[in-house]
Design a protein around this ligand. Structure first.
Ligand code: ZN
Length: 345
């Protein structure tokens, strides 16, 4: 591998919705249109972000979740067996916040594809490699109440089968990377190995494209910032789950590094995986310098071969103002380029 091929760049997931498309700086924004008009606006927004990603030097691009309101509910809305009128109050992410969540009341099914039209639109509009994100089964189960399945693990397997149907259809459209978002992996440490990773592998079963899992400490919202203060001087959650992930068939692991208290040495447990090093902080609006991004990437080289490192964001950029997110994309692209030029120095 030549130096110019090192540190390919990608993003963890979401990007802000423009002010003309939806409410800004919110995790659950309201759309500003409906029906065909809304669809056309979502497509315009996806085009805008594709152009900005390409201009910023992002190699593996995505729609930035412009077609969905939220990373979990975008998928769940199209699944049957979920009763949205039966709201259950539930502490989510191990009671980090309380939410009124919909309830699974019958056998889950996916009567039609969820994100395939979005993916086909992106595929038709970029020559870059592309990524589509899907919520992971454990994280879905942490965002919905269970009144049908015998256990949360059983419900996770049912969601995993539906995710797998979706993922196989996405792959057939030419999607290069399918990423499952599992922030819940950092919370339910014992259950991750018991049923979280088996459900993740079920969701990825039979895929020939690149598969990834994204595990972060959440968006930079107040509840998460407060939770992080309780995690001590070093955040070592990854240490418990990386050995099990290393043994799994998932190809890539996306993790949070920049501005966090995660010791970068923990990536030594991922001996064969591609590591998406989070070099852009989502808890701060201040835009990283290319030097800071390059330093984060190079800090990983002590514990993993350069060939296995990709440059990524810590998490989605959705809650940011649009100009901040665009500037952070440019910092990521410029930082990776700087790291390529200065590696070994
Ligand atoms: Zn995340």
């Amino acid at each position: 591998m030549s130096k110019s091929d090192l540190f390919p760049t990608t993003i963890a997931g979401s990007l802000p919705k423009p002010a003309w498309l939806a409410e800004t700086e919110k995790l659950w924004p309201k759309w500003h249109a409906e029906g065909a008009a809304l669809q056309s606006m979502k497509e315009d927004s996806a085009l805008l972000w594709l152009k900005l990603q390409e201009g910023a030097g992002i190699d593996i691009v995505s729609d930035g979740e412009q077609f969905r309101i939220h990373f979990v509910h975008g998928f769940m809305e199209k699944v049957t067996g979920v009763d949205w009128s039966k709201k259950t109050k539930m502490g989510i992410r191990n009671n980090r916040y309380e939410a009124e969540v919909p309830t699974v009341t019958a056998k889950l099914a996916r009567p039609k594809a969820v994100h395939t039209a979005d993916a086909a639109f992106v595929r038709a509009n970029t020559r870059h490699k592309m990524k589509i994100t899907l919520p992971g089964p454990m994280t879905i189960c942490d965002t919905v109440a269970n009144a049908h399945y015998g256990s949360r693990a059983d419900m996770a397997m049912a969601f995993a089968e539906l995710l797998n149907q979706e993922a196989l259809e996405l792959e057939a459209l030419g999607v290069d990377v399918i990423q499952f978002d599992e922030p819940a992996f950092n919370v339910f440490m014992d259950e991750v190995t018991e049923w979280g990773i088996p459900a993740l592998e079920r969701a990825a079963k039979g895929l020939k494209c690149t598969t990834a899992v994204h595990i972060c400490y959440g968006y930079g919202i107040e509840a998460n910032v407060k939770w992080k203060l309780t995690l001590g001087e070093e955040w070592r959650q990854y240490e418990k789950i990386f050995p099990a992930l290393e043994a799994s068939k998932i190809h890539q692991v996306s993790l949070e590094c920049a501005g966090s208290k995660v010791p970068i040495s923990l990536i030594k447990h991922l001996k064969t995986k591609t590591i998406l090093v989070g070099a852009i902080d989502v808890a701060s609006k201040s835009v990283e310098t290319p030097e800071a991004v390059a330093a984060t990437l190079k800090s990983a080289l002590e514990f993993a071969d350069a060939e296995r490192i990709q440059a990524c964001t810590n998490c989605g950029l959705a809650p940011f103002p649009r100009d901040v997110a665009a500037a952070k994309l440019r910092a990521l692209g410029a930082g990776a380029e700087l790291a390529r030029k200065t590696v070994g120095r």
